[in-house]
Design a binder for this molecule. Structure first.
Ligand SMILES: [Zn+2]
Length: 238
């Protein structure tokens, strides 16, 4: 099972409608599209309309398409303007990467392949961010929406999570996930200056928002934040 990855990016002129806030991602939210459109159509429809509905990624049986950078929020959780406080209840729209799994309306083989691609892609993201499986949420966790409907109807949410864990690394299952909520620690000032310089260069080149540098300077950046930031910078450098 494999997929190709590509980006069809939301034009920044539409950020004000679809992705208005800078985001420090903390979760991945899983959705079913509840229709039978392929990922490319799902993304182009989302980009083309002017509704406050958006998501970062759509996955079908062949490809994973990213529309919104992971350092911008998207409107996919139905929990409103919400909060960026990690302890707040309503934070899906402000702290989570939204992933839509296509073909869920009719299901069948192509849905099964889309879901498996989502499993593999989410596993990859978790590893990149240094996150454990507890970071994966269903839409229903944020509001009452019955989504991802097919996974819920078929009573497979727990097995879906298990498949992601297995895809991450069969040897790692059962081990406690790395604690990544600690503030970044540096062995010496030179290392700290080098990291600061790395972030500042990315800001100067317009790859990331200045608020990342502010966060670093304020000493509130966690190791997990930094891992996510590196992914975002890499994506912009490709
Ligand atoms: Zn949903």
């Amino acid at each position: 099972m494999s997929y190709t990855f590509r980006q069809i990016l939301l034009p920044s002129t539409k950020y004000s409608i679809k992705a208005p806030f800078i985001m420090f991602p903390q979760f991945i939210t899983v959705h079913n599209t509840a229709n039978d459109a392929p990922a490319a159509n799902e993304i182009s429809y989302m980009i083309g309309n002017n509704n406050q509905v958006s998501y970062h990624v759509a996955v079908d049986d062949k490809e994973v398409i990213q529309a919104i950078p992971f350092d911008r929020n998207a409107w996919h959780c139905g929990d409103g303007g919400g909060s960026t406080d990690p302890n707040a209840l309503k934070k899906g729209n402000r702290l989570s990467i939204g992933i839509e799994i296509c073909y869920s309306k009719s299901g069948g083989v192509r849905y099964g392949m889309a879901e498996e691609n989502a499993v593999q892609y989410i596993a990859k993201l978790l590893k990149q961010f240094g996150w454990g499986i507890e970071r994966v949420k269903k839409h229903k966790d944020w509001n009452s929406k019955y989504c991802p409907h097919r996974i819920l109807t078929e009573n497979r949410w727990n097995s879906f999570l298990k498949r992601i864990e297995e895809a991450m690394n069969p040897m790692e299952i059962g081990k406690p996930t790395e604690k990544d909520d600690d503030k970044m620690q540096f062995s010496n000032e030179t290392t700290k200056a080098a990291v600061r310089d790395y972030i500042k260069q990315a800001v100067d080149k317009g790859k990331i928002d200045k608020s990342w540098l502010d966060k670093f300077n304020a000493g509130t950046m966690t190791s997990g934040d930094f891992e996510g930031l590196k992914i975002i910078i890499e994506q912009r450098s490709a």
